[in-house]
Design a protein around this ligand. Structure first.
Ligand SMILES: Cc1ncc(COP(=O)(O)O)c(C=O)c1O
Length: 399
């Protein structure tokens, strides 16, 4: 099934302004359906979660609805879905809980490829516990990170490996099932940062075998908050600091304070919106998988066009050429800083920012420093005209 891009675009009020948005890896635009679900939750009568009044039940169903939606998106169980303010905040929280069981002699493995949100919390928690940090490096030219790169840092002392599902700057998609298998062989846990992968490919967290998988709905057409998923039994075994009267149940035990019901309703609407791309009439999980396959295909085709266009410009350097990748291009233009290219494109109503995008270890590792480079990422609403406008805009200055 091919993605009907014109139909998809119709649902995004932001696209009527004529901007070509390539900044989806920083946060996608949002369809009308998501905004409406947020607004309706806020104005439709909502109280704290409960079962007595209708407004309490609305809050309750916003939470349970979003857990089911995320379970259908990621292939996990609703009871293993934890909501947080952001992936960063959740990873800090989780790192502190897990680090209670670490000490001198233990090892925690992070990668140079990851966003800092899947590095620094682990590095700091390791330091506080006395554990040692080991770094997985990746090929500077291709940007590939292999299972052997990970294996080289594993030992019987490894307690946790934090690895990305996809790099938010280079697009690299490491072989997750193989990495998880290698990590499990030494009896360690795997925390996968799925923030950049989830918007671009069908997800099956249970099949991947990851112990923890994090993502952020604002990267896949939803509102701003974070998600962590794990097997409920895994969550049962952990005891984060929490308030005395708050629930001991899982996953509530991990959710500090009152949840953002309106955001959760928006996240359910985002998953329903994605499921709506499908042509089948099966259950939501089946439709999500079909939709995400169509998104992947659509983005791959457009990405080829984008790469071809940029490769045709001598003054453009494309960074990395990983074997499996998301539709995420990182590039520089001779004679211009990333910031100048970014500003030039912005004047043409093409949004493609330049930064390190918080993948600061990766940027330093490949020699781009803290300034980074220009990033162009595709989304389900990106069309051929957007891509051609980006390439034409770069061509104007790439001599
Ligand atoms: C790959 C990746 N991981 C983690 C994050 C952090 O997510 P959050 O903003 O939800 O903390 C981002 C945000 O850009 C990201 O791209």
């Amino acid at each position: 099934m091919a993605l009907d891009v014109a139909r998809v675009r119709h649902s995004f009020p932001a696209l009527s302004g004529g901007i070509a948005y390539f900044d989806g890896p920083g946060g996608t635009q949002v369809p009308r359906e998501v905004a409406q679900a947020v607004a309706e939750t806020l104005i439709g009568g909502v109280s704290n979660r409960g079962t007595v009044t209708a407004s309490e039940r609305r809050a309750e169903s916003a939470v349970s609805g979003a857990r089911s939606a995320i379970a259908d998106l990621l292939g996990c169980t609703p009871d293993g879905v934890v909501f947080a303010r952001s992936m960063t905040q959740m990873t800090y929280d989780l790192s502190r809980v897990l680090a209670r069981h670490w000490g001198p002699g233990d090892e925690v493995v992070v990668t140079r490829l990851d966003h800092d949100a899947n590095i620094r919390p682990w590095v700091q928690a390791a330091r506080a516990s006395g554990a040692t940090v080991r770094w997985v490096e990746f090929d500077r030219a291709t940007a590939d990170l292999t299972v052997d790169d990970v294996r080289a840092q594993l030992s019987e002392r490894t307690r946790l490996v934090a690895v990305t599902g996809a790099s938010n700057v280079l697009g690299t998609r490491p072989d997750l099932p193989a990495i998880v298998e290698a990590v499990h062989e030494v009896d360690a846990l795997v925390h996968v940062d799925g923030v950049h992968l989830t918007p671009h490919a069908p997800a099956d967290v249970q099949a991947t075998g990851a112990d923890f998988y994090a993502c952020s709905p604002y990267k896949f057409l939803g509102p701003h908050h974070g998600v962590l998923v794990a097997a409920p039994e895994r969550l049962e075994s952990l005891h984060p600091d929490k308030l005395l009267p708050s629930s001991e149940e899982v996953p509530e035990r991990f959710e500090l304070g009152t949840l953002p019901y309106e955001m959760l309703a928006g996240t359910t609407a985002a998953v329903d919106f994605i499921a709506g791309f499908a042509s089948t009439v099966g259950d939501r999980r089946t439709r999500v998988l079909e939709s995400m396959r169509a998104v992947e295909e659509h983005e791959e085709t457009l990405f080829e066009r984008l790469l071809e266009g940029l490769r045709g410009l001598d003054a453009v350097t494309l960074h990395g050429s990983p074997q499996r990748r998301t539709p995420t291009a990182l590039f520089s233009v001779d004679g211009y800083s990333g910031r100048e290219v970014y500003e030039h494109l912005a004047r043409l109503d093409v949004n493609a920012p330049a930064s390190n995008f918080y993948a600061i270890e990766a940027m330093r590792w490949i020699g781009l420093g803290d300034e980074g480079a220009v990033r162009a990422g595709l989304a389900p609403y990106t069309d051929v005209e957007d891509v051609d406008r980006l390439v034409a805009g770069v061509k104007e200055i790439a001599r």
